[in-house]
Design a protein around this ligand. Structure first.
Ligand code: MLT
Length: 320
């Protein structure tokens, strides 16, 4: 009886997290990073750049899998339920810190379901309109949305997505009326904005800079306190009269809860190296963002940021 029990216990702990010998030769097969938003969108763009740069240091392929929907809470749930062995990771953003407040019946608690690997980048956002939307500037847009344009269609990636959070803050700060149109990501929403099927979005520069520079959409404002180098002629929302308005899409990598510390440290080291690669630095800059400094691409720094954001958004969303 005792030997059967010992064997069962051993098997149990084997299943729980990667046994010591597996940690030593980690990674011994390709790693998958799940992005809970549609391919071709801003989070996907960040993930593919970082994954390609991490591959060199890890000596294994780092594959991207997209699973959009419900603001990213569905795909994030798949990582929460995955084996904590370092082979399934989540790359997403600020949205994860709002899921508990916005989805009370969620099958997992983000604060308890993930272990941190590190922060990646903090992407500014832009308020953009379809090319032929009448207002020429942010002031005009706010008046328009309180008048003949009230109820204008506003594309988001679903409840809890950062494109949704930006919309919520804008409505809260200005009292404008928007008609939210959810997509599986802002990649497909951008296609409809360029096509004139929707009126407005608030989206990350990683998904808007090229369309703005290509004169396919109309930029109204950036959501950072200061103007950003790649869009210097686009004013901040604060400059347009909405004082102290700020939201950025901080992105990070998480692992399922129980993923061994040594594996997460190895991933963090590869992430830090990737964020210093010339390709990543240049591509990020051309898309309006920068990698975080190495000390933020760590489990400890993400733990701290994630906890503070869960508290901040918990209060903000409870008040709305
Ligand atoms: C995306 O990649 O589609 C975005 O990050 C979604 C969002 O707006 O949060």
């Amino acid at each position: 009886m005792k030997t059967i029990l010992m064997a069962a216990l051993a098997a149990g702990s084997m299943a729980m997290s990667a046994p010591a010998f597996a940690q030593e030769d980690y990674p011994s097969r390709p790693i998958t990073i799940l992005v809970p938003a549609a391919a071709g969108g801003p989070s996907d763009t960040v993930a593919r750049l970082v994954a390609e740069a991490m591959r060199a240091d890890l000596g294994q392929q780092v594959l991207i899998e997209n699973a959009g929907g419900a603001g990213g809470s569905l795909g994030s749930g798949r990582v929460a339920a995955a084996e904590p062995d370092g082979y399934t990771l989540l790359l997403y953003h600020i949205g994860v810190s709002t899921f508990e407040a916005l989805y009370p019946d969620l099958a997992y608690k983000p604060a308890e379901a993930f272990d941190s690997v590190g922060l990646v980048t903090e992407v500014p956002m832009t308020v953009v309109g379809r090319k032929d939307l009448p207002p020429e500037d942010m002031k005009g847009l706010l008046e328009y949305l309180k008048g003949e344009g009230a109820g204008a269609t506003f594309g988001t990636a679903g409840v809890g997505a950062v494109s949704d959070l930006c919309g919520r803050l804008l409505v809260e700060a200005t009292g404008v009326q928007l008609t939210v149109v959810p997509y599986k990501g802002t990649g497909p929403a951008m296609t409809d904005l360029v096509g004139g099927q929707i009126d407005l979005m608030c989206d990350q520069t990683t998904n808007t800079v090229n369309q703005i520079k290509g004169d396919e959409i109309k930029p109204y404002a950036v959501t950072t306190k200061e103007r950003i180098p790649v869009l210097l002629d686009v004013p901040t929302i604060s400059e347009s009269g909405v004082k102290d308005f700020e939201i950025t899409a901080w992105h990070a990598i998480w692992a399922p809860k129980g993923t061994p510390e040594p594996i997460r440290q190895k991933l963090s080291a590869a992430l830090q190296k990737a964020l210093t690669s010339q390709t990543v630095i240049e591509r990020f800059a051309s898309l309006g963002t920068v990698p975080v400094p190495a000390e933020l691409a760590t489990p400890a720094a993400l733990d701290k940021r994630f906890q503070s954001e869960i508290e901040r958004w918990g209060k903000l969303l409870a008040a709305n």
